[in-house]
Design a binder for this molecule. Sequence first.
Ligand code: RIB
Ligand code: CA
Length: 312
Amino acid sequence: MPRKVILDVDPGIDDAVAVAMALFDPRLEVLAVTASGGNVAPEQATANLQALVGILDPPRLPRLGAAPTDTSWPAKPFNMHGADGLGGIDLPRARLHGGHASEKVIWETFHAHPREVTFVALAPLTNLSRVLARDPAIVEVVGEVVVAGGTAHGVGNATPAVDFNFYCDPQAARHVVREPMAKTLVPLDTTGHVTFGFDLLEQLPRESSRAGAILRAMLPHAFRAHRQLLGSEGISLHDVVALVAVTNPELFERSTVAADVETGGELTAGMLVVDRRTVRQWRPNLDLLTACDTAAVKDCILRGLAAAGAGT
Ligand code: RIB
Ligand code: CA
């Protein structure tokens, strides 16, 4: 049976790659894709998601959620994704059906499939936190939460100690981490070990496919941004690695830990704090994916991209 998922995204180049792969992965039933601000303003995130899914036109169209616009984000230290969030490709606007708020779509999807849905958080955790705040009992019908975020050993990207998703909304990250539901964190240290060189551009689906055209237009910006902003000749696709943690968990090392999220501090707000004391005082509350078979994960990603190309 395909695994039922909701993808929560702030597209963002790596979000967009993850969405393209998930929509054409026979192991996944993408019930909904919900937008959040983060990499880009909420309105842009919603527009990018609508345009992306409209162009990809998957066999099964997921419900789409519109990002909340009453959010305020801290200043972004840098922008890896271009002004439009997708590497400057300025996709034609496609207004798809509905346009319900992300938190409404999330709430309804969990209730329609109690305890069956995996929430794949590839963005700040604002949407999930709002659903939990509006209906705390929702934890009874959530299947599992898999989060691209946090740092296992404190090496961040938004600040030296904090990953971008937790940096954008530390309160939401703490709220989700503290909730009694099955949670798996795919931290930046782990996703950052999976990097691609320029040869990725020759391994993308053919230009004549809809997925290939988008990927080939978008990804060169990722290489430029990694070189100019991070001094790196390769690129990370953090959200895509987190998606592989959903489809291929056997490729990851997992440890159950007791953790919380700092919400104060100019340098530490959003930092994941793990209780590693000899005599742990905190109760274990989540699984942390501390390492992965990088070669096997890259192979999964290349195969997932090929499937998206073949399907479009
Ligand atoms: O820190 C990783 C996150 O930052 C990913 O979700 C990616 O989209 C970037 O915004
Ligand atoms: Ca993201």
